[in-house]
Every structure is written in C-alpha cells, then in structure tokens.
Write a protein that binds this ligand. Sequence first.
Ligand code: 9D3
Length: 251
Amino acid sequence: MAMRVDILTLFPEMFAPVLGTSIVSRAIDAGVVAVHLTNIRDFAPDRYRKVDDAPYGGGPGMVMMCPPVFDAVEHVQARAAAPGRVVLLSPQGRRLDQPLVARLAGCDRLILVAGRYEGFDDRIRRGLADEEVSLGDFVLSGGEIAAMALLDAVVRLLPGAVGEPESVNEESFSTGLLEYPQYTRPREYRGMRVPEVLLSGDHARIAAWRAEQARERTRLRRPDLWDAWQRRSRRSAADAPDGDDRQGDPS
Ligand code: 9D3
C-alpha cells in the first residue's frame, strides 16, 4: 500500500515545485506515495485567521499557537485509519541522517508539521510530536524546506520510487564512506586529466583505486564518519573466522 504523507504548513504553495519534479513526482504518479497539503491557517480559531501570538513572559517575535496546529493534525488524522507518525520540523530536533530517514521510510503514514515565526508553543511538541527533526545547525526561515528535504530523502527509499535499486544501496551514507571521485567524457578538460586507472579496463584495479579514494576522502573530509567506519570494519574483521584484519588497515 502507498505511504501517505501529510504536510501541515502556512505555505503549502512552496511545495509545488518539489511535488511536481523528478523522483517525488514520479513516485506520486506511480502510486508509491500520496502527499496531502494542509494549510494550518485554515484551522485558525478567529476570523482574522490568526495562528501566532506573543510569547508569555515577553521576548522578541511571535509563537505558533496550539489550537490551529492541534486541530489541523487531528483533522488529517481523522481522515485515515492509522494516526501516522507526527514529525515536527524544528531547529531543536534531532539532526536528520540516513538511519532516521530509513526508519521514517518504514512508516505507513507521516504527518510533517512545518512551523514559522520564532517557534512552536512548547505544548505542540509535548502533546503532538512523535519526533522532532532538524536539518542541522543553521537558521532557516521556517520548517518547509526541511520538510521537503525529509520528503525527498524518504520517498527515494520507497520500493518502486527509484529506477535502479542498486544506485540507492551503493550511496555514500549506506557504506558509511564518502563517494569516490567520478569522471565522464572528455578525457581531458581544461588541463585536468581523468585518472589513468579508470581508462585501463582493469576492473580489479579500478575497484581497488575507488575503495582507496573513498577511504582517503572520508579520512580527510569527514573524520567523524572515518572513525565510525574504522571501528565498524575492525569489529567485523575481529569477528571473521579466519582473523582477516586487513579491511580496516590504513595503507
Ligand atoms: C533566528 C531565530 N532563532 C533564534 C531566536 C530561532 C529560530 C526559530 C525558528 C530559528 C529558526 C527557526 C525556523 N527554522 C525551522 O523551522 C527549522 C530549521 C532550521 O532553522 N534549521 C535547521 N533545521 C530546521 S527544521 C525547522
């Protein structure tokens, strides 16, 4: 059955380009995912359509009010059998990574709530959210772009969403290493040559070169991923019955 994703936002029009392009659009057409947009402002309790208010205790900016957000979430939940996992996009959330994306891709139903203003009334987090997710330590103007990033990352893991399943599995954050350098024609461009080994036709040499490049790139650029990868490959080497410990060796 198709995954259902509800997106609750004050700016539903921001999502049109993402829903109409590439993998997400094809997945919708293929019936792999159904995406529904809900404008939180439609659930404003007053005739001025007010969804934000000044913070108790004072301070700058405005805060998203509880009633429209609770009502919008409960409205979309009432339209399906399962309640769905409520994911709040927030700078205070857990940083999105591929394991979290994979876990969310396993849900039948997601309800993504994107905020604006200085933040949500904390009772929205306490009373509504199953998960709070951030893209990282930088400031966005709202949760919409984060919701789009999450949607794109989740949809491409759904069976039937991407053309070749192999290209998904081999990606950097699945192996735990960064990608090796890639080249295509021409052989020389502005004085920069394609590494000779890639033109050799020697598939074993090519595989060895790529593996080494991936490790070296990861070591230099992402010491955090490198440490984790080394720890993992040392452990699996120790577990191996023939005591093969070469895999994690820096050479
Ligand atoms: C500059 C304002 N900030 C200090 C008072 C607080 C703040 C409130 C609301 C900062 C950003 C936002 C809006 N951001 C999001 O809703 C958001 C977000 C982000 O800003 N960065 C990374 N991930 C995310 S997910 C949602």
